[in-house]
Design a binder for this molecule. Structure first.
Ligand SMILES: [Zn+2]
Length: 240
């Protein structure tokens, strides 16, 4: 298709770009299943992330957190009782508006930190296949796709996979968490990650063990840099 034809097609009344198509999809879904605040469940506007009251209670993540093997870390919120209902909703298999809300907030924080200029692609922290089947989705992937949509960066899934089940990280201390993850991930498409500047995304970051393990794996496969981001970071004082 020539440039002249492409410009003509864009002027057609029925033609729409990806953003308009996405907006239309949200409006149609809102008519069928009204958009809800992922924290208190009250009905909110089609494009809203949270209700005003819940949003006003959320605590932004401040300060710095260094993770081995990574080039930066960004988080939108402190993981506390105010934001946890939205995260738990996703972990319980009822994602609703949570990926849109949390992903949108994270994208805005990444933009204000200047991260988009330093990345080529976005990679979500992968889940073990059986866990994805039981939940029906990987919440990190849903968040990464929303961040990618807002930043205009491709979200690459499947290039890094989790190849074995691991013990629940919450039950382990910092050292055992890292040992628990050894060899749990694999790069299946070196060409997709080699030489690239990657933004690695998870829903919640606690000790950073998972992000460090995947970052080390990516760099061993030629990745140029690994910037990390999570919607929420547990309070720094609680780090073990
Ligand atoms: Zn609310």
């Amino acid at each position: 298709m020539t440039d002249k034809i492409k410009r003509a097609v864009k002027r057609l009344p029925f033609a729409m770009n990806a953003d308009r198509a996405y907006s239309l999809k949200r409006r149609v879904l809102h008519l069928l299943f009204p958009n809800r605040c992922p924290i208190c469940s009250c009905i909110i506007g089609c494009d809203d992330r949270f209700c005003g009251e819940c949003r006003s209670k959320l605590n932004s993540f401040e300060g710095s957190f260094n993770i081995p093997e990574t080039d930066s870390f960004t988080a939108a919120f402190v993981y506390d009782k105010e934001v946890s209902p939205a995260v738990i909703l996703m972990k319980n298999g009822v994602c609703g508006n949570a990926p849109y809300a949390l992903g949108g907030e994270l994208a805005e924080r990444l933009i204000s930190d200047g991260i988009p200029d330093n990345i080529d692609i976005i990679v979500p922290v992968p889940m073990y296949r059986a866990d994805v089947w039981s939940r029906s989705y990987n919440q990190a992937e849903l968040i990464a796709k929303e961040v990618g949509r807002m930043l205009g960066k491709p979200c690459v899934t499947g290039a890094v996979v989790k190849i074995r089940k691991t013990a629940d990280q919450k039950r382990l201390d910092h050292i055992k968490r890292r040992y628990n993850l050894k060899g749990a991930f694999a790069v299946t498409d070196t060409g997709a990650v080699s030489g690239r500047r990657i933004l690695l995304i998870d829903d919640v970051c606690t000790t950073g063990s998972t992000l460090a393990e995947i970052a080390a794996l990516l760099k061993a496969n030629g990745t140029a840099s690994v910037h990390c981001a999570a919607c929420c970071k547990t309070p720094l004082a609680a780090k073990k």
